[in-house]
Design a protein around this ligand. Structure first.
Ligand code: SF4
Length: 463
């Protein structure tokens, strides 16, 4: 694991014709958020129809199985497998059958108190079919004996803690819920007379929807046919602690997160890096894809020309699964190639979004030097990642993070760069024109309690 991975993306359609087809295209736009499994569940008001599997959206869905997904309402999910485990059983959306009404759920994020809740629910008689956090919310909703479903969901949401954007689909309603810290993005769009819900706004463009607004932290929005959407704040406390890595790395550059375009954010990071860590150089390049915007910003600010010095092989993808040892060592070269004629004899500024283990950065620096670069100066668009993430990103231990083991100069030596500079955390706030962000993987200040959880972590002795 040389790069961090987001766990999931969710997409919903309420009251639009061809809901399954729209969800299929929406999930395509969110594919970067998870490539290991995907699913769609629809309802026509009478029953639910579901298709899911392990693989890319294009591998799981076809005209034939999409045609079976009837109805004007749908929820969809793409996932990256980390904590929850592999297997089709863990692929969402989940579908729950219950005498009070069937419902389907999809979730992006991670709960930090899931272990405690699961044990408590099992002690009360619940039997879980999956290792997913999503199922916990379903049990909490159904354990609540209140008749009103909105109250039951609202109460269940106050019991879970962590990062989440939940979509819940019943035969006649859709509930969209976001955690009280607003750690994961989720937005609402409008299409004809209906609504589209998406983890990222880039999916609105694909299906032709118009952005309406983001779901607020601690908010539940209820969609019901022939009614205006109803908004309920289920939490008395809330904060705007969006995951900084959504801006820096996860989200697509054409998405807007809480009013800020992701490309523009990254470009400004590059501009600040040029101001804070200028170096005499001949060209600026970025590691594709997420660091291109930062490289453009650095080049504009510094006056050093931007070049496409690295080309990404987009077609390796999941076919590159079992390489031989020799090929594994050359893995970076299979994914990225230097443009030798542009690099040779040049002093290069290399923009990258982040450093996790450091091995990818080292291979890229070596590759550029092998291609004839005289110097390689690495500029990172975020602070050093020194702490694990417990909110749905697959850095769950300190051992995985080179910056938790070494100081900046030691990392520079390890990656064989001529200089190394990280963007300080206050600049992430400045760039986004925000007072708050989750910056916990840089500074260890987690926005929620950390429970002794299913994640094998060693936080205690680090504080
Ligand atoms: S700890 Fe880091 S990766 Fe995790 S939510 Fe916070 S900013 Fe994002």
């Amino acid at each position: 694991m040389n790069k961090i991975n987001e766990e999931c993306g969710v997409f919903g359609v309420f009251n639009c014709e061809n809901a399954a087809e729209l969800t299929y295209y929406g999930l395509h736009a969110l594919q970067h958020r998870g490539q290991q499994g995907c699913g769609i569940c629809t309802t026509d008001g009478a029953d639910f129809y579901r298709e899911r599997g392990e693989g890319l959206v294009i591998e799981i869905f076809n005209e034939k199985n999409l045609a079976k997904l009837k109805g004007n309402c749908a929820i969809g999910h793409v996932r990256y497998t980390t904590i929850d485990g592999e297997g089709k059983d863990n692929v969402q959306p989940f579908l729950f059958r219950h005498h009070t009404g069937d419902f389907s759920m999809a979730h992006n994020g991670n709960l930090v108190n899931s272990r405690q809740l699961r044990m408590s629910l099992e002690a009360q008689g619940s039997i879980f079919q999956t290792s997913s956090d999503t199922e916990i919310l379903a049990h909490l909703v159904k354990m609540n004996r209140r008749k009103d479903r909105i109250d039951a969901i609202g109460e269940a949401l106050t019991m879970i803690e962590g990062a989440y954007a939940f979509l819940i689909l019943t035969q006649d309603k859709m509930y969209v819920c976001r955690d009280k810290n607003g750690l994961r993005p989720i937005s609402i769009g409008k299409l004809n007379g209906g609504y589209i819900i998406s983890s990222e706004t880039c999916a609105f463009e694909v299906v032709g929807a118009n952005f309406v607004r983001d779901v607020d932290p601690g908010e539940m929005i209820i969609f019901e046919k022939d009614k205006e959407p109803e908004s309920i704040l289920f939490s008395g406390e809330f904060a705007h602690k969006m995951c900084a890595m959504e801006f820096v790395y996860f989200a697509r550059p054409d998405s807007d997160i809480e009013g800020v375009n992701v490309h523009t954010f990254r470009k400004k990071c590059g501009k600040y890096l040029a101001q804070l860590a200028h170096v005499e150089a001949d060209i600026v390049i970025g590691v594709p894809d997420s660091s291109i915007s930062g490289a453009i910003g650095y080049a504009e600010e510094s006056g050093i020309p931007y070049e496409i010095g690295l080309i990404k092989n987009k077609y390796i993808g999941r076919t590159f699964i079992q390489p031989s040892q020799e090929l594994r060592e050359k893995g970076v070269r299979l994914k990225l190639s230097p443009v030798r004629s542009l690099i040779s004899g040049k002093r290069v500024v290399l923009l990258d979004d982040s450093i996790v283990r450091g091995t990818t950065s080292m291979h890229i620096v070596r590759m550029l030097k092998d291609a004839g670069a005289k110097e390689v100066h690495v500029r990172i668009c975020c602070p050093p990642m020194r702490h694990p993430c417990f909110y749905g990103v697959d850095t769950s231990t300190y051992d995985e993070l080179i910056n938790a083991q070494l100081d900046v100069e030691e990392v520079r030596k390890m990656i064989e760069a001529d200089s190394l500079f990280y963007l300080p955390e206050e600049y992430l706030l400045k760039v986004g024109n925000r007072k708050e962000l989750c910056l916990a993987c840089y500074n260890g200040k987690y926005p929620t309690h950390l429970y002794q959880s299913k994640i094998d972590f060693n936080v205690e002795h680090k504080f």
